[in-house]
Design a protein around this ligand. Structure first.
Ligand code: PRP
Ligand code: URA
Length: 216
């Protein structure tokens, strides 16, 4: 049975009906590449609302056509999205639709198919990452090896406050991420059942990168 919608203390499940509906369309094996990409973009915009809910605001003085007022705006240096390549870019696009001026970092990682360990091939984040909330995005939290490696690397680069957003999470990955980085607040659209022997999420949606880019 899927556990989406249940509140897990180690991860926030965003169970908005629009997200759940679109996620079901994405999971279907007959969903086209274009449809999969568009649905992921739409869902990521909705997830972005949730992950940015507690951004700090400040009051600024402005003039409306009617009178002056103090109105809320986001405070200071805001955030930086960090995409775990390559599937992370599928979540990134919808978030940038909502926050087009956000800074973006990239961590290039692939999962070795035998060991399931993450192998890094690229790392680039803004120099002032220590002053920003880093929001790490990757659709799949399976063993958590990839996101743990990405967050290890971000912390080495100076990142302080870090959140993580994924589309699907396996219980094994949630436990592992929380054990390695208990300070990171995580968000998902669904907690699925388990991993198979090859580290794939069940029922899942298959290989996210391949489905976004049509590489299989
Ligand atoms: C997928 C996915 C995650 C990782 C999750 O990437 O996008 O990064 O697997 O698995 P884990 O939690 O067990 O580490 P993949 O390695 O297939 O690379 P890709 O995004 O380039 O397709
Ligand atoms: N990576 C994916 O793309 N899918 C899974 O189910 C697990 C890891």
């Amino acid at each position: 049975m899927l556990r989406g919608g249940i509140v897990d203390q180690k991860i926030n499940t965003v169970d908005h009906p629009l997200i759940q509906h679109k996620l079901t369309l994405m999971r279907r094996k007959d969903q086209s590449t274009a449809g999969f990409r568009l649905l992921l973009r739409e869902i990521s915009t909705l997830l972005a609302y949730e992950v940015t809910r507690d951004l700090p605001l400040t009051l600024v003085d402005i003039e409306t056509p009617m009178q002056s007022m103090s109105a809320p705006m986001l405070l200071g240096k805001k955030l930086c999205f960090v995409s775990i390549l390559r599937a992370g870019n599928g979540l990134l696009d919808g978030m940038l639709d909502l926050m087009p001026s956000a800074r973006v970092g990239h961590v290039g990682l692939y999962r070795d198919p035998k060991s399931l360990q993450a192998v890094e091939y690229y790392f680039k984040v803004p120099n002032d990452i220590s002053e920003r909330l880093a929001i790490v995005v990757d659709p799949m939290l399976a063993t958590a090896n990839s996101v743990i490696a990405a967050i290890d690397r971000l912390k080495k680069a100076g990142a302080g406050r870090i959140k993580f957003v994924c589309l699907l999470a396996a219980p094994e990955g949630i436990e592992a991420l929380h054990a390695a980085h208990p300070d990171v607040e995580s968000y998902t659209a669904s907690i699925d059942e388990r991993l198979n022997d090859h580290g794939y999420i069940l029922p899942g949606l298959g290989d996210a990168g391949d489905r976004i880019y049509g590489t299989r």
